[in-house]
Design a protein around this ligand. Sequence first.
Ligand code: TRP
Length: 334
Amino acid sequence: MIDGKKVLFSGMQATGTLTLGNYLGALQNWVKLSDEYECFYSVVDLHSITVRQEPAELRKRARNLLTLYIAAGLNPEKNCIYYQSHVSGHAELSWILNCFTYMGELNRMTQYKDKAAKHADNINAGLFTYPVLMAADILLYQTDVVPVGNDQLQHLEITRDIAQRFNAIYGDVFTIPEPYIGKQGARIMSLQEPTKKMSKSDENANASVYLLDKPDDIMRKFKRAVTDSEGVIAYNDNQPGVRNLLDIYCSCKGITPDEAVKEFDGKGYAELKTAVGETVVSVLKPVQDEFERLGKDKAYIDGIIKANAEKANYFATKTLRKVQKKVGFPERIR
Ligand code: TRP
């Protein structure tokens, strides 16, 4: 609890450019949660170097991501929006938690197995202990809730296991975090292979809509979206392409699939694609405009970065000192 509010933590990696899926599935919900919780939204750059990055590119993307958090509507004076690498407590706690995590547990992580297969030439120890760093992120702020996608639930589970193990030895040190289960954002799928999640790193340029895509590109991608040969606009498992278009439409408009199906009754796929494209363009426009405006205000963003790094450090250090003392590190002499 901070000031009577429950603590919420989440983060995104600055690898790739954010997609419409990241926006409708996560970012848009973060904004809604920010009144109810004391929120920490991190740009998790320490996680990013588990795969090779081009330094200048990583730095630029991290700044863009942080700016996008704000452009999407997160008030940086209420929400702690910061770079993970600016708070050394993440790495320090991560080391300690490594010593409370078993190889066998980490070996079971499906994301590790996937990434190791994908980057067979660079299966580094960081890739393996990635979930421990994520546990440190969460536990450092005594987090109550973590909004995450399904692909991260296993990491949240191991976080809870590590925290419970630590608490069992040393007393109530860590708050045990819960996944945020509320109205989750829609799961947005690829426009080209609608049974696959829309991804930041899809090789097919038409598969993902990016947050900063120009209107013409957005319209083109929707016009080329894969549908089916049923010819009827309905919401079901047999028409994943159409269902995905409807999901996107519903998320943008805040309506239900039933309402959307009614709206498109008797219409064809071309009309559906145009309507969804236009809706997405209009939803992204204010975010893009704000991103552009903020990009020009270097001093403002720098001020946010500085102030929020201090705020995050303050809370992180509180937990870290407690943990260091518990495990037996010597007291600091001041
Ligand atoms: N691993 C998460 C992802 O790739 C990002 C992340 C890092 C995160 N630390 C976190 C998410 C802590 C939630 C809480 O999506």
